[in-house]
Design a protein. Structure first.
Length: 482
């Protein structure tokens, strides 16, 4: 596990895993190999900072198929991260301040409420590769996206298009459509969708660059996800930003699936703006406080903004004279005072992140996800020439029941083009596979029309978790065929 990130980036994780297995005198598919990898893992202690749900506590689990007191196989950090154990302490402190101080809690106590977002800004900036003054923690993701688009989407009669990926997350898609309509344009002509090549599931960087070069003079804003929620593809944000700027476009990213997952360098890449939620890989709890980024080059720019009193500089905010003294950059986009009960769970998660670095997490993630890929391809390979069945296909006939089920990974195999998540399609009905996995204590998620998303998060998932998942996947595939 001590191999440098540079070495790993030059080799596929399968090669690294095979080499490690040979050195250990076992096969990668052996449980002993997973245990040995966990023993060598320098980040293994971080798992102890999280609550891992038990099999018996997951509602869909079938008690006849599991050991009730075992940890579940949690592969759903791309949807909701696990609860850091420090959350309860911070929340109880906030409740205690409220009970004891009442209104004085705004400016008294270890974390005064009026300043509470400042306790999570610096560490959040480190995780996204930004300067602290370029980051604000506020609102929810789509609210922040709208606030940013008010400033950065300024269409003209000749440059009015927004470029997004064709299967953008629905909330992003709706936000773009509404912004376009708000400015008097029609999404049918102003929303530009980047689609994969026929027969392919993911987008090629060279195709995106070509599209930007071809359409760029009409594009006002490029708004891509950092990691595509459905396919798990990690986009080359630096290249997309450079291509967009070369055509005069502003470039922003929804980092919901990238923050806490991939190494980000928003400032150095010159990204104009970005936003993210924190309840996935950042483990802040459902509906947790979101984040926003505005590059410092825009700090003094005269741009449209939707304003509220929290965008007013703190030094003069409480004069209450209705004479706006606007904070520069992203802090001028803050509209309301921060919610301490949402800051505290994020602070607890950031305490765990402070014990490591994104480079170290990424190094583990490459091997952990590579191990998942290796085992799936080892045990459930897709035969050459096989066609994917529709998601709603009926269970196979009895005469076909003996056919070996297979799995197709649609996420890129190149580690540089993916984070923790692998998106899987199946030769058997996906709904049945999902149900059988849940019955066996696996937490993952299904995304229509036909993908299961599996995400081993390096903060708390182990190689043994991956090994258990693949074993339970085999049981589930067999059960789904019957």
């Amino acid at each position: 596990m001590a191999e440098s990130a540079d070495v790993q980036q030059s080799r596929h994780p399968t090669d690294v895993l095979l080499e490690k297995a040979a050195a250990l005198g076992c096969r990668p598919e052996d449980q002993a190999f997973a245990v040995a990898m966990d023993t060598e893992d320098p980040l293994r202690g971080l798992r102890e900072d999280f609550h891992i749900p038990k099999m018996k506590d997951l509602p869909p689990t079938d008690p006849t198929l599991v050991c009730a007191d075992d940890d579940c196989v949690y592969m759903c950090g791309n949807s909701l991260g696990l609860q850091p154990k420090g959350v309860r302490k911070y929340l109880e402190q906030d409740l205690d301040y409220w009970a004891r101080y009442g209104v004085f809690g705004h400016f008294e106590g270890p974390r005064p409420w009026a300043l509470c977002d400042e306790y999570v800004t610096e560490q959040s900036a480190r995780i996204v590769g930004a300067r602290p003054e370029e980051v604000a923690c506020m609102n929810g993701l789509t609210v922040n996206l709208h606030l940013l688009l008010v400033s950065f989407y300024r269409p003209t009669s000749t440059r009015h298009k927004i470029l997004i990926e064709g299967k953008a997350f629905p909330s992003d898609h709706y936000a773009m459509e509404s912004q376009i309509r708000f400015h008097g344009y029609d999404p049918a002509t102003s929303l530009l969708l980047a689609e994969p090549r026929p027969g392919e599931q993911t987008l090629r960087t060279e195709d995106l660059v070509s599209l930007i070069k071809r359409e760029g003079d009409a594009i006002a804003a490029i708004v891509f996800s950092g990691v595509q929620y459905y396919t798990g593809q990690l986009f080359d944000m630096e290249t997309i930003t450079r291509a967009g700027h070369s055509k005069g476009c502003v470039v922003g990213f929804d980092l919901a699936h990238a923050v806490g997952n991939a190494e980000l360098h928003l400032h150095d890449w010159g990204v104009d703006f970005a936003c993210w939620c924190t309840y996935k890989y950042m483990n802040s709890g459902a509906g947790g406080l979101a984040g926003a980024f505005v590059h410092e080059k825009h700090a003094a720019a005269d741009m449209p903004k939707l304003l509220g009193w929290w965008g007013h500089k703190m030094s003069t905010r409480f004069r209450m004279d209705n004479k706006l003294d606007l904070s520069p950059g992203v802090n001028g986009l803050r509209v309301s005072n921060p919610p301490p009960l949402l800051v505290s769970p994020l602070l607890a998660s950031l305490d765990v992140f402070q014990k490591t670095t994104m480079a170290d997490l990424r190094r583990k993630s490459v091997l952990l996800t590579g191990y998942l890929e290796f085992l799936i391809k080892k045990f459930y390979p897709k035969p050459a020439g096989s066609e994917m069945k529709p998601a709603a296909s009926e269970p196979k006939a009895a005469s076909e029941a003996a056919i070996r089920p297979w799995v197709e990974i649609i996420t890129p195999s190149d580690p540089a083009q993916r984070g923790c998540q692998l998106s899987l399609m199946f030769s058997v009905p996906i709904g049945a596979v999902f149900t059988e996995l849940e019955r066996r204590g696996v937490a993952c998620d299904k995304r229509e029309p036909n993908v299961l998303r599996i995400a081993p998060a390096p903060l708390y998932n182990s190689f043994s978790d991956v090994h258990r998942f693949v074993s339970l996947l085999g049981q589930s595939l067999q059960a789904a065929q019957l």
